[in-house]
Design a protein around this ligand. Structure first.
Ligand SMILES: Cc1ncc(COP(=O)(O)O)c(C=O)c1O
Length: 431
């Protein structure tokens, strides 16, 4: 039977008629992919340096992932959490081993993992409260943070435009300036039950947390019996070239959230905790209909095995170094690149100008990238990229930068001078 041709125009028109208007997307319909390449309905090929926003860490249609999904789809996709399935225990064992923590709860998304982590911290505070004394309930999060869109996760997300239409959010959340130990000290007291930190802020524009700040958060949370939560949803599970981004620090968190790449594009997340915290949950306190089904858990086990079998952490480190070296060269050539930040394959190119025209120019050259906070180009390529993919990307990206700069000049937007902006708030002030 002949394959029916997909009309991108028709799909876009129907979407604008029937979908709620929450995304602004270019008129491209992707139909299939292989490795780090995606193909659209018009037959165009794209080099995918966005990876479904840090989800497709093994690229598209990885043969081992395809095999597992086919196998499990023919067995049982879902049995509910009222019963056991063969894959939750081995996957939890592996996540515990990777993180150095003890126990796992499976969710369906990053936001749900954050919700669960916050609930666990609150439950711990309730369990440990002195009788007759109110339990600790305050939560500290960071300025410029992103933890998700559900009410709890949104409450610890800093960006006003995401929060304000949905106020009031959950009370008791305060934001600390990134890497500002004095601000952390000033806001921390014995009423705090949790501090939640992305070891590298992803949506915020690829800003790394300092060892000093992390260590201070660790010391204060230990001193006051509060939870240190690492949100590793974007930077975790290998993206930095380590299993978790917090592993560049000496101290370990109490609770870690994961999602995005875990089941290679199927919806699966988790929060992982030490026995000290996990032990406060008892049957009925938390739950999920879909979380941790056999199909998604078998796929996640395969994902983690592939990272180990193919030594992908080493590839992430090597390709990441090449990518950043190439981008530094571009930064030396283009005045309007303020800074290149990141580790492994989570990289931000901070521009002194609007990023959108550069994303468009990249797309015209068959490159998929994204822009966060209006002026930070974000690269999140799959862990399987090869040296020649990086070289191809850099070649086309430089051409997109040159063209974008020309267009900006023509439109009179101009390009301002360089300055270092390794602190997000310095950046906010500069804008
Ligand atoms: C650090 C971090 N936390 C939480 C989330 C929310 O995850 P999800 O969109 O799967 O709910 C994201 C998504 O981008 C994220 O980057």
């Amino acid at each position: 039977m002949a394959k029916k041709k997909i009309s991108a125009a028709k799909i876009c028109a129907e979407e604008s008629r029937y979908l709620m208007s929450t995304y602004r997307r270019p008129p491209i319909v992707f139909t299939h992919g292989r490795g780090c390449r995606l193909h659209d309905s018009q037959g165009r090929e794209y080099l995918d340096f966005l990876g479904g926003i840090a989800v497709n860490a093994l690229g598209h249609a990885h043969p081992r992932i395809v095999r597992v999904i086919r196998r499990e789809a023919g067995r049982a996709t879902h049995v509910s959490n009222l019963f056991h399935n063969p894959y939750q225990a081995p996957l939890a064992r592996k996540l515990a081993a990777w993180s150095g923590l003890d126990r796992v709860f499976f969710t369906n998304s990053g936001s749900e993992s954050v919700e669960g982590a916050l609930k666990l911290a609150r439950a711990y505070a309730h369990a440990k409260a002195t009788p007759g004394v109110a339990p600790k309930t305050r939560i500290l999060a960071l300025e410029n943070s992103f933890h998700g869109r559900t009410m709890g996760a949104l409450s610890v997300t800093h960006t006003p435009k995401y929060r304000e239409p949905f106020a009031p959010l959950i009370p008791g959340v305060e934001f600390v300036r990134v890497n500002d130990v004095a601000d952390l000290d000033a806001k921390f007291d014995s009423t705090v039950c949790a501090v939640i930190i992305e070891p590298i802020q992803g949506e915020g524009g690829i800003y790394p947390i300092s060892e000093e700040f992390w260590q201070r958060a660790r010391d204060l949370t230990i001193e006051h019996g509060a939870a240190l939560i690492a949100d590793e949803i974007q930077a975790g599970l290998g993206r930095t070239g380590r299993r978790f981004a917090y592993q560049r620090f000496t101290a370990r968190p109490d609770i870690v959230t994961v999602a995005k790449p875990l089941a290679s594009g199927l919806p699966l997340g988790a929060f992982i905790a030490s026995n000290e915290f996990a032990s406060v949950f008892s049957p009925g306190m938390h739950g999920s209909t879909f979380g941790g089904g056999p199909l998604v858990c078998a796929t996640a086990l395969e994902f983690l095995s592939i990272i180990e079998d193919d030594d992908l952490l080493a590839n992430v480190q090597a390709r990441g170094a090449e990518l950043r070296a190439g981008l530094e060269k571009a930064a030396a050539r283009f005045e309007f690149i303020r800074e290149v930040r990141g580790e492994g394959l989570i990289v931000g190119v901070d521009l002194a100008v609007e990023g959108a025209p550069f994303v468009k120019e990249a797309l015209r050259r068959g490159l998929l990238i994204n822009c966060t906070h209006d002026h930070i180009l974000r690269l999140l390529p799959p862990f399987i990229i090869r040296q020649r993919d990086v070289a191809e990307f850099l070649h086309k990206f430089e051409s997109a930068l040159a063209r974008g700069a020309k267009l900006a000049k023509q439109s009179g937007a101009g390009t301002s001078a360089k300055a270092s902006h390794s602190q997000p708030m310095a950046l906010a002030a500069a804008r």
